[in-house]
Design a protein around this ligand. Sequence first.
Ligand code: AMP
Ligand code: MN
Ligand code: MN
Length: 322
Amino acid sequence: MEVSIAHSAKLLNEANNIVLTAHIHPDGDALGSLLALNAYLSAKGKQVRMLLDDEIPRTFKFLSDWEKIEKPDSSESEADLLVVLDSSDLERIGKVRNAVKAPVLNLDHHISNLKFADFWYVDSQAAATGEIIFKLLKEVDANITASMATALFTAIATDCGFFRFANTSTETLKYASELVSLGAKPHIISEHLDTKPLAVIEILPKVLETLEIVDCGQGGQIAALTLRQEILANLREDTEGFINYPRNIEGVEIAIMFKEADNGIRVSLRSKTVDVSKIALAFGGGGHARAAGCTVTEPLNRAKRLIIEASKKQLAKGSKIE
Ligand code: AMP
Ligand code: MN
Ligand code: MN
């Protein structure tokens, strides 16, 4: 059933043994939301566990308590509530899905959300799940510490490209201002997020060599980057900003990044005015109108052909995001 923020707060209040989780390939929003909610519930004396079926990217290891996030094991445990953050479908939480037996509360902001949970609060106008968590914490008059404010600022800022993307609303900026008052330091946070190992900068020429431009006439251009395993070697986690190169090229309407992973080809889609969440959904993924993703379990070249064809079709339709 659909619930309000107040109802979500009540569910959290009534539960004692709570498991929190977020999506695999965690980003700033997934981790910031998870850590802020964990800090609040732990301070209330709840028995809380954070489970995430993936590694924590190096970039986010400046957030307090990241090392308390556990990977699910094969045993099944019971809880009063499983809170699923920043995830539009259950597959996104990987093995946590089968590791915890509990009613599910889903707090999310993806337009592609499949409303899979027992209780769901989905606000696709929110720039980040971090906005929803901040609202919830304000609703219950939580004591928001500087490290919680840092986690929430990171969540919000990363999902709206540091207040540059179309999802940046007056609320987003208001929340950011409040979080800075509570102790978040934007320059320190962005320094952590922007700092990369030298090796990441060194592979850039090889990455840019893979750039392909497909001209779709009136519709604009599609620009794609391809990250092969051999280029990435041990840098597979550090590809976050690469999509911005094709995205920022003049005349490009849809930017795509194909990345070889163990379970198939991970596809990232970005657009200016075309709804790319529809393309991602058609391949079993999801996301937002202007930023979406999916994993295609096909050989690289076929995966590329399928996604580029689907993108061309979406461009040819000419329907713009309102
Ligand atoms: P990314 O390209 O990985 O940065 O993802 C862009 C957006 O699409 C994020 O909001 C993701 O949560 C969403 N997304 C990426 N991959 C998937 C997937 N396999 N299923 C559902 N949503 C996804
Ligand atoms: Mn996310
Ligand atoms: Mn998000």
